[in-house]
Design a protein. Structure first.
Length: 97
């Protein structure tokens, strides 16, 4: 799936059935459903899941918790806009840049 195809999937009411859990979390976040995004992300016990978890807590405004998750993800605390960080993470999860 390309980034453009992923963005197009946001027009649907449900995520595509073949999405990896990392992309499901990002899909729900883009749809404005932080809680569902967080529920998916907190069950992903990988660096990728920790990166998404960090982003979600940064978005929530819980910077202390976000810092913890950035550290677990081996990622620097982002200084980008939330929109730019979402795009960066999504492209990384899709395997594109």
């Amino acid at each position: 799936m390309t980034f453009s195809e992923f963005r197009d999937s946001l027009k649907q009411s449900k995520p595509p059935s073949n999405l990896k859990n990392t992309l499901q979390a990002l899909w729900y976040d883009a749809k404005g459903d932080w809680e569902s995004a967080h529920n998916v992300a907190q069950d992903i016990n990988t660096r990728e899941g920790s990166w998404i978890h960090a982003y979600l807590h940064r978005k929530e405004g819980d910077l202390g918790n976000a810092s913890y998750w950035y550290h677990r993800a081996n990622q620097p605390v982002s200084k980008k806009s939330l929109v730019d960080e979402w795009e960066e993470i999504t492209k990384a999860m899709l395997g594109s840049s």
